[in-house]
Design a protein around this ligand. Structure first.
Ligand SMILES: Cc1cc2nc3c(=O)[nH]c(=O)nc-3n(C[C@H](O)[C@H](O)[C@H](O)COP(=O)(O)O)c2cc1C
Length: 173
């Protein structure tokens, strides 16, 4: 009983610590048969340059994860600052997440309109980490620029703003 209380308290402290990390936000997409499917994800990163690879962490219960296993490809749609409504819509469960959403097919996976960045991948490895699976993808197409990104920090959406004046040397924040 006492162990459970300690575990829960550690989880909640860990959750709070991670809420202080500013994350990018993407809609990761694939296909479930003929139907496009997508999920909002902040746990993704550039993994390798030679060859270009990306890593995405998905909950074992994610329907997108099952779709990627079957289809073999996925796309990472890096959201732009105004696209917080898309982030909310794709964080739900179900088959209707693409209703009313503009998208096109690119390299066999759905690319959303007006995203800040786009990466299409061949799924190469599925590595279990606790209650998530880390999906490794080899990049087959990428484009994007320096549009302001959508970010997630302290459980709210926002964006990045550069410092107007450079920080003095040795400053910590
Ligand atoms: C800002 C934000 C970031 C999220 N990041 C992740 C993530 O990195 N990995 C994950 O599995 N779920 C993440 N989620 C939760 C999924 O979007 C959510 O569980 C979704 O309903 C899963 O749908 P699916 O079963 O169709 O894949 C995030 C949600 C939000 C709002």
């Amino acid at each position: 009983m006492a162990d459970t209380a300690v575990t829960l308290s550690l989880q909640s402290r860990f959750r709070d610590a991670m809420a202080g990390v500013c994350s990018p936000v993407a809609v990761v997409t694939s296909r479930d048969g003929d139907r496009p499917h997508g999920t909002t994800v902040s746990a993704f990163m550039s993994l390798s340059m030679e060859p270009p690879m990306i890593a995405v962490a998905l909950d074992h219960g994610s329907d997108l994860l099952a779709a990627v296993r079957a289809h073999g490809r996925f796309g990472v749609n890096v959201l732009a600052a105004p696209q917080h409504d898309l982030a909310g819509a794709f964080a739900r469960k179900g088959a209707a997440k693409f209703d009313g959403v503009s998208w096109s097919d690119s390299h066999g996976v759905p690319k959303l309109a007006d995203v800040a960045g786009w990466v299409a991948c061949e799924a190469t490895e599925f590595v279990v980490g606790g209650d998530h699976t880390v999906l490794f993808g080899t990049v087959v197409e990428a484009d994007g620029g320096v549009d302001r990104p959508l970010t997630y920090f302290a459980r709210t959406f926002g964006t990045h703003l550069p410092h107007e004046v450079p920080l003095p040397q040795g400053a910590v924040g």
